[in-house]
Design a protein around this ligand. Structure first.
Ligand code: F6P
Length: 526
């Protein structure tokens, strides 16, 4: 990475940060949304943004014009735009692994009028032919599987980024899924999960996709070996026809006995890999053309992120709000509330994106940070969440910014439902903001609770692609401001190492050298 970028100032040591602190203690912390709307009839227009496929109402956030200007100054002083440009230029911004971060290239249009291959970067241009060739091969395979009536079940075996993206997207785009094929996702090493799927399928009509960037992840390898043992025990013979691999480790897949492998590259992080071969189950489900629409929607958001000025740049504005809430208001979590039942797995997908990317406590040089980083992300589809935890959102002690994701047009024709669903989303956002002070005691609501309202016109491959790219880039922005490497995940390693040791001890009963609690539990488990 260019020295210019490694020497970016830490955000909490900038003049803009100090100015934000003064602003927060002066007026920011007492900001009242109700007064802001009462005194400014133009607030909705002033604080809403139009990005590709996504309209965002930011007006119910705890900011005024001054907050927004100071946050923009913070982004400029921390050189977020230069950092972003370095990513789009293919620089090795994943410094702990010495890798470029180029998942955006996976979304580049095949006929590249507006794409990244027009850029001057040799790294990006050099990577492109292989990206395109792999995409074309994978989509051709997807079409062949779609046309193959003998295959009725597709079982994706993968975990983390090799599961959450395709699983979430296959559910989100259920309306477009090919009838006559069922899609299953097995991630957990808990054998109950694989067992339940195997009970529903037959070897001669099942395609297993072994999805693992590294092809070493213990959960995935254990499930993959069990699936193959089951396949052979049930009389399945043609492993090459019934198993395919999605991985950067092509040799390991071959060793497993798999002949059909779609590769990707070390510059694609697991949680950013839906757009690569990891998207194959989705491509089989919705077809090549719709998969390309998903990529096009994400690409449109990439261009918006790369080109829109800070004030009109939706990912930048969302990332800045995340910093405002986390570091100035001290809010420790964010609730994501999708008002579309097909977006059921979106919160789980975003959990990995946010918390595996930005759940870190040291900066790029490994020095401890003094400010907080990633919030806890959580949520469930509305209106279900309303009858579970919205009580806490409205009347609990902690303030939690809520991000509503609503879809204007429904994909069904049942009368009345969509109106009620959208009314509920609006009512919740309104109630959080307005509160209620006239009912007394237990019935009062404090109000002034912030929310963002993201609105899609319809849930389509293109709008889903744009929504997900938006989320990726907002995580980039907050991670950049916090001075993190958002693209490594060392924090998952220790548990993996310990689990291997404990698995052996569970077999042998050897508890020597273990702490008292682990030793005690180990003995009870044997
Ligand atoms: O949980 C850690 C992690 O490395 C994630 O980043 C990744 O998405 C997941 O494991 C699965 O890894 P792989 O695709 O290599 O099996």
């Amino acid at each position: 990475m260019s020295p210019d970028l490694t020497e970016r100032p830490r955000c909490d040591q900038t003049a803009a940060w100090a100015a934000l602190q003064t602003h927060f203690y002066g007026q920011g912390r007492d900001f009242d949304l109700r007064k802001a709307f009462a005194t400014d009839p133009g607030r909705f227009a002033a604080f809403s943004l139009e990005a590709p496929h996504v309209f965002a109402d930011l007006s119910k956030n705890l900011i005024d014009g001054e907050t927004r200007a100071l946050l923009a100054a913070l982004a400029r002083e921390c050189r977020v735009e230069q950092h972003r440009d370095a990513m789009f230029a293919g620089e090795a911004i994943n410094t702990t692994e010495q890798r470029a971060v180029m998942h955006f290239l996976l979304r580049n249009p095949a006929v590249a009028h507006t794409g990244w291959t027009q850029s001057a970067s040799k790294t990006v241009a050099d990577a492109w032919p292989e990206v395109l060739a792999t995409r074309q091969a994978m989509l051709a395979y997807a079409e062949a599987v779609r046309a193959d009536d003998a295959i009725t079940d597709v079982v994706n075996i993968g975990i983390g980024g090799s599961d959450l993206g395709p699983q979430m997207a296959v559910r989100a785009l259920a309306e477009f899924v090919l009838p006559g094929k069922r899609f299953h996702f097995v991630s957990n090493v808990d054998g109950h999960e694989l067992d339940a799927v195997l009970k529903q399928v037959r070897p001669h009509s099942t395609l297993f996709l072994i999805a693992s960037k590294t092809f070493t992840t213990i959960e995935t390898m254990t499930n993959a070996h069990s699936a193959r043992r089951w396949f052979e025990a049930q009389g399945g013979r043609d492993v090459p026809r019934h198993f395919a691999a999605l991985t950067t480790h092509v040799a390991a897949a071959a060793e497993f006995g798999i002949q059909t492998t779609f590769g990707f590259w070390d510059w694609v992080g697991g949680r950013y890999s839906l757009w690569s071969a990891i998207g194959l189950p989705l491509a089989i489900a919705i077809g090549a053309q719709r998969f390309e629409e998903l990529l096009a929607g994400a690409h449109a958001m990439d261009l918006h992120f790369a080109q829109a000025p800070i004030e009109a740049n939706l990912p930048v504005q969302l990332g800045l709000l995340d910093v405002w809430y986390r570091n100035f208001h001290g809010l420790a979590s964010r609730c994501i509330a999708p008002y579309h039942s097909a977006l059921q797995r979106l919160p789980a997908y975003l959990q990995q994106l946010e918390m595996e990317s930005n759940g870190k406590r040291v900066d790029l040089s490994g020095d401890a940070l003094e400010q907080q980083t990633a919030p806890v992300l959580w949520g469930e589809p509305g209106t279900n969440g309303q009858h579970a935890y919205f009580q806490m959102l409205h009347q609990g002690v902690d303030v939690v910014p809520v991000e509503f994701v609503a879809v204007r047009r429904a994909a069904h024709a049942l009368p009345g439902h969509q109106t009620l669903l959208l009314a509920n989303a609006l009512a919740q956002a309104q109630a959080l903001m307005q509160g209620r002070a006239d009912a007394g005691g237990h019935r009062d609501f404090p109000g002034n609770r912030p929310s963002t309202f993201l609105l899609l016109d319809a849930l389509t491959p293109a709008s889903l692609g744009a929504l997900l790219a938006l989320q990726e880039h907002r995580v980039f922005v907050s991670g950049s401001l916090w001075g993190l490497n958002s693209f490594d995940q060392w924090g998952v390693e220790l548990g993996k190492v310990l689990a291997k040791d404990i698995a052996q001890r569970l077999d042998s009963g050897d508890a020597s050298g273990l702490d008292g609690s682990t030793a005690g539990l180990l003995q009870r488990l044997r």
